[in-house]
Design a binder for this molecule. Structure first.
Ligand SMILES: *Cc1c(COP(=O)(O)O)cnc(C)c1O
Length: 230
């Protein structure tokens, strides 16, 4: 089995090649190593190999790991489903929250961020495949959600996040990524004061190359770096 260091190098060069192939600057694409259910030791091996951004899904697990590793040693992304009652801890520990899909959650994040004068970077998660099993705002409510969250002064919407249905053939994910790009433009066209739409958080181990071709700026890769999860 390849080491984490080899895997990181390998993924990073695949990102660089995918970007070059479609005329994009590789530096405009951030690799987020998804470390859910993976040990502190493995995360540190990843940091030693040059990894600097990590994605976690489960709050309690994440907090323990971040406390052990040190918050300032990396940039931390919350990519799991977030309940409002965990907003406080999310704001405390995470640089980015990718999974905001209701006004209620954004309001709570705003309230907690205000207490420490933080401007919390968030993404709006869109349920791009309209799947019952997945979180995210409905496609046709994304613009309205952005307008409602725009008024919260202590959150800053940085872009959109999606998780298409899983396909063995990554080509089949392409149309979903294209849809997210269209929604991004619709929101961008509104020129909301507190919304940048600078980022698209899309692409996982199986489909990140297609996501990059469609404009992803943050790819969330777990299995291809850390191996299969139990
Ligand atoms: C687990 C997870 C990933 C990583 O998936 P892999 O297929 O292991 O690369 C990415 N994004 C989210 C939201 C996840 O939950």
């Amino acid at each position: 089995m390849a080491s984490i260091k080899e895997n990181i190098k390998n993924i990073q060069s695949q990102i660089t090649n995918a970007a070059a192939d479609c005329g994009r600057n590789p530096e405009s694409i951030q690799l987020i190593a998804v470390s859910k259910k993976k040990s502190v030791e493995k995360i540190i091996a990843c940091i030693d190999a040059g990894g600097s951004h990590f994605g976690e899904n489960y709050m309690q697990e994440a907090v323990q790991k971040i406390d052990t590793i040190g918050k300032n040693r990396a940039t931390w992304h919350f990519i799991g489903h977030l309940q409002s009652n965990k907003a406080k801890i999310a704001v405390q520990y995470f640089d980015y929250i990718h999974t905001v899909d209701t006004v209620k959650l954004a309001r709570e994040i705003n309230k907690q961020a205000k207490k420490t004068n933080k401007i919390q970077s968030i993404f709006l998660q869109v349920n791009i495949g309209d799947e019952n099993s997945k979180s995210g705002t409905n496609i046709d409510q994304a613009v309205e959600l952005a307008s409602l969250i725009n008024v919260f002064e202590n959150v800053s919407i940085q872009g959109l996040m999606c998780m298409p249905p899983f396909f063995d053939d990554p080509e089949l994910a392409r149309s979903y990524f294209k849809k997210l790009v269209i929604i991004r433009k619709e929101i961008d066209d509104q020129k909301f004061s507190n919304v940048t739409m600078a980022h698209l958080s899309m692409g996982m181990s199986n489909d990140f190359k297609v996501a990059i071709q469609e404009g992803s700026t943050m790819v969330r890769v777990g299995t291809s770096i850390f191996g299969k999860r139990d």
